[in-house]
Design a protein. Structure first.
Length: 277
């Protein structure tokens, strides 16, 4: 028994010696360097996204929304958004560009949806669901999540944690509170958000464009302007195309390339009409 044990001990020592001498030490150091470089890149990406999240206080956006509903029903609407983060928004809804048919307001406490010749719908903001617009749009979102979606921002606070992220094909996957955020590490922008809690939905973001500093526009012959930058010198970009896919519907949001951020939005635009349902 002792002989067998000694033989096993000698065999294990031989394996360790072979591993030590055959595999060069710089292979271990190279792997460590790659891991450290990846972590540094991840911290940089998350810092930039969180800076953009904190930088944007208000936004004025206009564009189109295309709905695909059950029974192959399709709807096209024009919308103008006035967003005041985190949970305030005013949406004017049109058909044929200029014919206003409805408006939606959240003052952060209550939400209200008014349609022409229809009764007014009032709810607590905590009870907000997209089905306030149409019965087929059955998806619970907070107003803050809606605002962040419209701006291409994360739905949760993005933080580096050894247990909640992985990098695959140069895409950073971060999962928090059953919400996965996929970030393109070449562009440092969010490509997709997958909601997998009691809700099931996917949001994709494409066609990111630089934001213009409208205060810098000159009306001379050259019509010159500057882009907006974060404090660290990174250009601020927002997606013009957003697609939300849920089990019973999908919607494609197409913003015009004239998004204005951090300009004052009147409190009057965010006032709830006190009429009851």
């Amino acid at each position: 028994m002792i002989i067998h044990f000694n033989l096993l001990y000698i065999f294990l020592r031989l394996i360790l010696i072979v591993v030590f001498y055959v595999i060069p030490l710089d292979a271990y150091s190279l792997e460590a360097e790659e891991t450290n470089a990846e972590r540094i890149k991840i911290r940089k990406v998350l810092k930039q996204l969180n800076e953009k999240n904190d930088y944007i206080k208000t936004a004025k956006i206009s564009g189109k929304v295309f709905y695909n509903l059950p029974k192959d029903k399709k709807i096209k609407l024009y919308k103008k958004y006035k967003i005041k983060r985190k949970s305030k928004i005013h949406i004017d809804i049109y058909i044929l560009i200029r014919v206003k048919v409805a408006e939606f307001i959240s003052d952060g406490i209550k939400v209200q949806y008014k349609r022409i010749k229809k009764r007014i719908k009032n709810r607590d903001a905590s009870d907000f669901n997209l089905n306030i617009f149409n019965k087929h749009l059955n998806l619970d979102l907070t107003v803050e999540e809606l605002n962040n979606m419209l701006l291409g921002l994360s739905l949760v606070k993005l933080e580096e944690n050894d247990n909640n992220y992985k990098v695959y094909m140069n895409k950073l996957h971060i999962t928090k509170d059953s919400i996965k955020t996929i970030i393109n590490m070449d562009t440092n922008e969010i490509e997709k958000i997958i909601i997998n809690d009691s809700r099931k939905a996917e949001i994709t973001f494409t066609n990111y464009k630089n934001l213009i500093d409208y205060d810098s526009i000159t009306l001379d012959d050259d019509y010159d302007y500057n882009n907006l930058y974060l404090r660290g010198g990174t250009e601020i970009k927002l997606p013009l195309n957003i697609t939300l896919t849920a089990p019973t519907f999908s919607m494609k949001i197409k913003h015009k390339n004239d998004i204005i951020i951090n300009k004052e939005i009147s409190d009057k635009d965010l006032e709830i009409d006190e009429k009851k349902d």
